[in-house]
Design a protein around this ligand. Structure first.
Ligand SMILES: [Mg+2]
Length: 275
């Protein structure tokens, strides 16, 4: 059975109800054991993930859950889950460090695939855990913020473009050097701290590009945001300009560039000469 967009939204709202009241509290920041994605989990991550699991178990669904803290786990009947090819890719809290410090920029990211590759992602929800705004998309049917259709901006590189830059600490200054031609042409840089939510800023035309060069960027962080961006008319690609592909897995990590359609050729050209 195919999962509905309403179920994905309900999971996100349930997480909002549990998490929003504890944003910025000491309880949220307590360290915990679990953490399959490579980061050390905090209480806020585990509380959010437990809400996801409980919601799914109450719905009697059969699927493979790929989630940041638990890794990969079948929910419901494993054989039926494999046969249906239902996969949910979830980051229960994207921007956990913002969330526990009370910086209002964090989200829950939910992508739903029928199949095992990035290309099989069919539905996506990203909910802003501060404002309760829901970004969502269904493949082939456009992207929305709540009930309003959204679209990437039409600014090009001669306009006052905003971009987010997320760099690894390793070789930080080397990257800064390589990116000099890009810095020169953009109007403002932001580093906001939730990749899922920033992809949605691009999707609704509030920002123009996102350069995320962190090798540790995980599929769970961006699986939903990438579909929402795509459905809003944006694009994403790897550093050498190629299409981003891969099998859905907790271990899948990749740097990427995302932007509105107007900036694609500028970014590909500038990056190809330096990377
Ligand atoms: Mg997280």
């Amino acid at each position: 059975m195919e999962l509905s967009i309403d179920l994905l939204k309900q999971i996100a709202i349930n997480v909002y109800d549990a998490i929003n009241p504890i944003l910025g509290t000491k309880k949220a920041a307590e360290k915990a054991q679990r953490g399959a994605g490579g980061d050390i989990s905090m209480q806020i991550d585990l509380i959010a993930e437990d809400v996801v699991i409980n919601t799914l178990e109450n719905e009697n669904v059969n699927l493979l859950l790929i989630s940041e803290e638990l890794g990969e786990r079948y929910i419901g009947n494993k054989e039926k889950a494999i046969k249906s090819q239902n996969v949910l890719i979830i980051d229960p809290v994207d921007g956990s460090n913002n969330a526990v410090r009370g910086i209002p920029y964090c989200s829950i990211s939910i992508a739903y695939a029928i199949g095992r590759t990035i290309n099989d992602i069919k539905k996506a929800v990203v909910l802003n855990l501060n404002t309760k705004g829901i970004y969502w998309a269904i493949k082939g049917e456009g992207a929305y913020l709540n009930n309003n259709k959204i679209h990437v901006s039409d600014l090009d590189i001669t306009d006052k473009c905003f971009f987010e830059l997320n760099l690894p600490m390793k070789n930080f200054f080397k990257h800064i050097d390589n990116l000099r031609p890009i810095f020169r042409r953009f109007f403002r840089i932001r580093v906001l701290g939730s990749s899922a939510l920033t992809l949605c800023q691009l999707a609704k035309g509030s920002m123009e590009a996102f350069v995320n060069l962190r090798e540790t960027n995980r599929l769970v962080d961006v699986a939903a945001g990438l579909l929402i961006l795509k459905e809003a008319g944006g694009e994403f690609f790897s550093l050498n300009g190629s299409k981003i592909e891969g099998d859905l897995s907790i271990y899948l990590k990749f740097p990427f560039i995302a932007s509105n359609d107007k900036l694609v050729s500028f970014l590909k050209n500038e990056l190809s000469s330096n990377y």
